[in-house]
Design a protein around this ligand. Structure first.
Ligand code: 4AD
Ligand code: MG
Length: 465
C-alpha cells in the first residue's frame, strides 16, 4: 500500500490527526526532556520534525530506540500532526512512537552531519542521494524527464526508441565505444587469452553517439518524433561538461527548416525552465541559496527573454574585435572555444544565444548546405556559464548533395544506403536538435560539475561500479 509521504504530510492541516512517517534520520537532538528527530524520506527537500516529550511519557520501546538512534538509521515514527512552534515549518509530529527499522552505526556511517565535499561524495555514489544536494538534483532530474515528455506529447511529437547498439557513427566524431562479446564460460574453461575482437553482429558495432539518424527515419514517416535515451562518447575530455555516458533528447521533425528548429528549441527550453520554477520551487530555492546565487532570477529572466540569433560569421567577426581578451585567437573556421561561448552569452548578449550557419568543415555530414558552398544550416544554442546546451541543424534533403558530401568526407555511401533512401523516396525538408540532459540539469540547478547531476557518472577514469 502506498502511504502518504512527507511531501503530502507537510500539507495536511495540524489537526492532531495520527500520522506515520518512514524515512532516514537526518539529525537527533536530545535535550533532557525533549528529543527532536528530523526525518527525511526523499519525497521532498524538507525533513519533518518529530518531537518526543519525556515529561508527557514515552513507551519503553521508544525510549530505548531513542537511545540507540543515529544519523542515517531508517525509522518508522507514529504520532499526532500538530502546529510546530519552531520557525520554518508549519507542522511537526508530536507524542511520537519510534521504531528503528535499520540502524546506521555512527562509527562507520560515511555521511556525517558536517558538509562533505562533492569530490568525497562522488566516491560514495551509492549514498550521496541521501544528502540535501543530491536528493534535490535527483528530484529535478526526474521532474524534467517528465516535463520533456509533456512538452513533446503536447506538441504532436511521438516518442521513438532508437537503438543503443549501432553500426553507424552519426556524428563522425570518431570516439566510440565498441561492442564485443565475451564467452565467459569458454574463457574460464580454456584458460586462453581473451579474444576481444569478436563481433556478434557480423560487423563492427558500437554504442550509439546519437539516435538522430534512426530518428530521421521515423520523422520522415510520423512527421514529428523525439528520442530520449542514453548516448555514449569515448571522448577523452576530462571537463566539468563532458560525460562518456549521457542522456540526450533529440526531436526531429519533417516539413521544417532551420527557423522552425530555432523556435522549437527556444520554446522547449523555456517550457522546461518554467516547469522547474513552478514544480521544483523548493529544490530550486535550495540551489539558489546554497549552490548558485541568483539561479531562480536567471531562469525567470530567460523564460521572459527572446534568445539572440547570430550567424557564426558575425559571431567570429565580433570575437575578432576582442581578440586580445582570448587565450585562443578566434578566426573564421575555428571551433568556438568555451571562452568564446562565454563572451557571446555573457558580454555580447546577456542570455541564451543561437549561433547558426557554421563552416561545413567543423560540422557533421548530414547538415543542409547553404548556397555559399562554405556553411551549413547548423545551430548551437549557447547559454551563460555553460556554453553549448543544444546542437542541431536543418538536414540535407537533396540526395545528390548528401551523397557528394558523404564521399567528400571519406565516408562510404554504401554504409548509409538506408539513410540516403529517405532522400530517394519522398524527401522533405526536416530538422532537429539534441539537448544534453545533464547540461540542462547543470543549468537549472547551478551545479558546477556534470558528474554531480547524473546518479552514476561515467567519465574518463570514473566508473566506481
Ligand atoms: O552537438 P551534438 O554532438 O549533436 C548531436 O549529437 C546531434 N546528433 C543532435 C541532433 O541534431 N539530433 O550533441 C548534442 C548535445 C550537445 O549540445 C550537448 O548538450 C550534449 O548533447 N553533449 C554532451 N553532454 C554531456 N557529455 C558529452 N560528452 C556531450 N556531448 C554532447
Ligand atoms: Mg555540438
Amino acid at each position: 500500500m502506498l502511504y502518504p509521504q512527507i511531501k503530502e504530510i507537510l500539507k495536511f492541516p495540524a489537526d492532531s490527526r495520527d500520522v506515520t512517517v518512514r524515512g532516514w534520520v537526518r539529525t537527533k537532538r536530545d535535550l533532557k526532556n525533549l528529543v527532536f528527530v528530523e526525518v527525511n524520506d526523499g519525497s521532498c527537500f524538507s525533513s519533518i520534525q518529530c518531537t518526543f516529550d519525556r515529561e508527557a511519557g514515552l513507551d519503553s520501546d521508544t525510549e530505548q530506540s531513542l537511545g540507540e538512534l543515529s544519523t542515517g538509521s531508517s525509522v518508522e515514527i507514529r504520532g499526532k500532526l500538530v502546529t510546530s512552534p519552531a520557525s520554518g515549518q508549519a507542522v511537526e509530529i508530536a507524542s511520537a512512537q519510534l521504531r528503528i527499522i535499520g540502524i546506521a552505526p555512527a562509527e562507520s556511517y560515511p555521511l556525517q552531519k558536517k558538509r562533505h565535499s562533492f569530490e568525497f561524495l562522488r566516491e560514495i555514489g551509492h549514498l550521496r542521494a541521501r544528502t540535501n544536494t543530491f536528493g534535490a538534483v535527483a528530484r529535478v532530474r526526474s521532474r524534467m524527464a517528465f516535463a520533456i515528455h509533456e512538452f513533446f506529447q503536447q506538441n504532436g511529437f511521438q516518442y521513438v526508441h532508437t537503438p543503443i547498439i549501432t553500426a553507424s557513427d552519426a556524428e563522425g566524431a570518431g570516439a566510440m565505444f565498441q561492442v564485443t562479446t565475451l564467452d565467459l564460460d569458454g574463457i574460464a574453461k580454456s584458460g586462453k587469452p581473451v579474444d576481444y575482437s569478436k563481433d556478434f553482429f557480423g560487423k563492427q558495432s558500437f554504442l550509439t553517439v546519437s539516435g538522430q539518424l534512426e530518428g530521421e527515419t521515423y520523422a520522415t514517416a510520423l512527421s514529428r518524433i523525439y528520442t530520449f535515451g542514453p548516448t555514449f562518447r569515448a571522448e577523452n575530455s576530462n571537463t566539468t561538461r563532458h560525460l562518456a555516458e549521457f542522456w540526450m533528447i533529440e526531436p526531429e521533425f519533417a516539413f521544417a527548416e532551420l527557423e522552425d528548429n530555432m523556435e522549437l528549441a527556444e520554446n522547449f527550453l523555456k517550457f522546461l525552465f518554467r516547469k522547474a520554477l513552478d514544480e521544483c520551487a523548493e529544490d530550486l530555492t535550495f540551489f539558489d541559496n546554497q549552490i548558485q546565487k541568483g539561479i531562480i532570477e536567471t531562469l525567470t529572466s530567460v523564460v521572459n527573454s527572446k534568445f539572440t540569433h547570430i550567424t557564426y560569421t558575425d559571431a567570429v567577426a565580433e570575437l575578432e574585435k576582442h581578440a586580445g581578451e582570448f587565450e585562443f585567437k578566434p578566426y573564421w573556421g575555428c571551433d568556438l572555444q568555451s571562452e568564446h561561448e562565454k563572451f557571446l552569452t555573457e558580454k555580447a548578449a546577456a542570455g541564451p544565444v543561437i549561433v547558426t550557419d557554421y563552416p561545413k568543415e567543423i560540422k557533421a555530414f548530414y547538415m543542409k548546405q547553404n548556397d555559399d558552398g562554405k556553411t551549413v544550416r547548423a545551430m548551437d544554442v549557447l547559454v551563460p556559464r555553460l556554453g553549448e546546451i543544444i546542437g542541431g541543424s536543418e538536414r540535407e534533403s537533396s540526395l545528390e548533395k548528401l551523397e557528394k558530401r558523404i564521399t567528400e568526407m571519406g565516408m562510404n555511401p554504401e554504409d548509409y544506403w538506408w539513410y540516403l533512401d529517405l532522400r530517394r523516396y519522398g524527401t522533405v525538408p526536416h530538422a532537429g536538435f539534441g539537448l544534453g540532459f545533464e547540461r540542462l540539469i547543470l543549468y537549472i540547478t547551478g551545479m558546477a560539475n556534470i558528474r554531480d547531476v547524473i546518479p552514476y557518472p561515467r567519465a574518463v577514469g570514473q566508473a566506481e561500479f
